[in-house]
Design a protein around this ligand. Structure first.
Ligand code: HEM
Ligand SMILES: *[C@@H]1O[C@H](CO)[C@@H](O)[C@H](O)[C@H]1NC(C)=O
Ligand SMILES: *[C@@H]1O[C@H](CO)[C@@H](O)[C@H](O)[C@H]1NC(C)=O
Ligand SMILES: *[C@@H]1O[C@H](CO)[C@@H](O)[C@H](O)[C@H]1NC(C)=O
Length: 343
């Protein structure tokens, strides 16, 4: 009975988001709230659009997806890396390519960014696009499309990417620490996401990208021996999983799969893991122990279609966070993703 209620509620939420996505989700903010606020429907819409490059650079998406699949074929670890890089871009100053800037004191140079990868792939895509359509395709757009393509290659859903982001000119190392690092409680995560216009459903859906990729032991080491000063491991860790992790983590820099069961497949095993106390990060496991998010975990665990469609919707929302559009926004089309123009 309780399950029934959760699923129905959930279906309604998902359908509402799907229905409204094409008309109102291109700006930031809570889609549901926007849907219910009729006056907001008459406001001008943000200017990202799916056909933004159709005339300016018709082959842009094709070039990006070709490069992404060639590189991921050679190195499958790049798929999760690019998805994460896109998140870290959007989480700070919006999706403006700020994470790509490679100067002293930039986000990328911060301690918190040390395990980000995939920059060379973005650089190669950019130089090809500069040959084909000079000064036309922004680095922020390249990263957004590459994250979608990487998702598909890992077995995840497709979605149309709205384009037209400009690249920002500011990137500060200290702001890299704003991105959640795996030790937060759900309240803190929700507040962070609310700050960039995302909600609880987005949190649970987007965390599902931890169905692929790896984490350094540094990010969860505190759970293994002396959790929270108790002298004992985290009680929300399955005992066999705990033993495995202790074996795998000799050093803080050792890498462990975020999804222990199907580490390279974009599926819902991440969520079933949480229901068996096999979540790697404390923040992952909290999604199931917190009463606010647990119903969504259960729904995704049992309804792969719901996960795939909501993931697509939430990724479009993530890609819309704080975008610089138009000419008034102090954005530019960077010629080299590593440097602002004229630097
Ligand atoms: C909001 C809460 C989130 C937290 C606390 C979190 C935390 C983390 C941490 C600690 C790692 C491992 C870093 C390391 O030690 O090397 C990681 C990896 C990863 N994260 Fe998240 N993350 C969150 C959200 C997201 C979102 C929204 C996405 C994408 C949409 C994402 C995609 C990934 C991916 C794909 C990896 C694996 C990277 C690789 O294998 O190279 N995460 N995350
Ligand atoms: C609807 O949205 C507009 C613009 O964001 C805002 O000014 C107004 O207060 C909102 N109305 C309601 C009823 O929430
Ligand atoms: C969550 O974490 C924040 C920041 O560390 C803390 O202030 C707050 O009390 C915590 N909330 C809960 C419910 O544990
Ligand atoms: C850590 O310990 C504090 C104080 O004992 C407690 O309030 C908090 O809930 C604990 N955190 C976790 C994640 O168990």
């Amino acid at each position: 009975m309780k399950h029934h209620y959760c699923f129905s509620l959930f279906l309604i939420l998902v359908m509402l988001e799907l229905i409204t996505i094409s008309s109102v989700a291109y700006g930031q903010g809570n889609v549901l709230k926007k849907t219910l606020n009729s006056s907001s429907l008459h406001r001008p819409k943000a200017s990202l659009s799916i056909d933004y490059y159709h005339r300016k650079c018709p082959d842009a998406e094709g070039i990006i997806s070709q490069k992404v699949s060639a590189w991921i074929k050679k190195d499958p670890t790049l798929a999760p890396a690019i998805i994460r890089l896109h998140f870290h871009d959007c989480a700070v100053r919006g999706c403006d390519g700020s994470i790509l800037l490679n100067h002293k004191g930039s986000e990328r140079s911060a301690f918190e960014s040390r395990t980000l990868k995939g920059f060379q792939l973005i650089d190669e895509i950019k130089s090809e696009l500069e040959r084909r359509c000079p000064e036309t395709v922004s680095c922020a757009d390249i990263l957004t499309a590459a994250a979608r393509d990487a998702t598909i290659l890992a077995g995840g859903p497709f979605w149309e990417v709205p384009f037209g982001r400009k690249d920002g000119r500011t990137s500060l190392a200290r702001e890299a620490s704003m991105v959640p690092h795996g030790h937060e409680n759900i309240t803190t995560l929700l507040e962070f996401l609310q700050g960039i216009g995302l909600d609880m459903l987005d949190l649970v859906a987007l965390s599902g990208s931890h169905t692929v990729g790896r984490s350094t032991c540094h990010s969860f080491m505190d759970r293994l021996y002396n959790f929270n000063g108790t002298g004992k491991p985290d009680p929300s860790l399955n005992v066999n999983y705990l033993m495995l992790l202790r074996k795998r983590c000799k050093r803080e820099s050792d890498l462990v799969y975020l999804d222990a069961i199907t580490p390279r497949t974009f599926d819902t095993t991440y969520y079933t893991n949480l229901m068996r106390k096999v979540g790697l990060l404390s923040t992952d496991q909290s999604l199931y122990s917190d009463a606010r998010t647990a119903p969504f975990v259960e729904a995704f665990a049992t309804q792969p279609f719901l996960f795939r469609s909501q993931f697509a919707v939430s990724m479009v929302k993530l890609g819309n966070v704080g975008v610089l559009t138009g000419s008034t926004d102090k954005g530019e089309i960077r010629v080299n993703c590593n440097y602002v123009n004229g630097a």
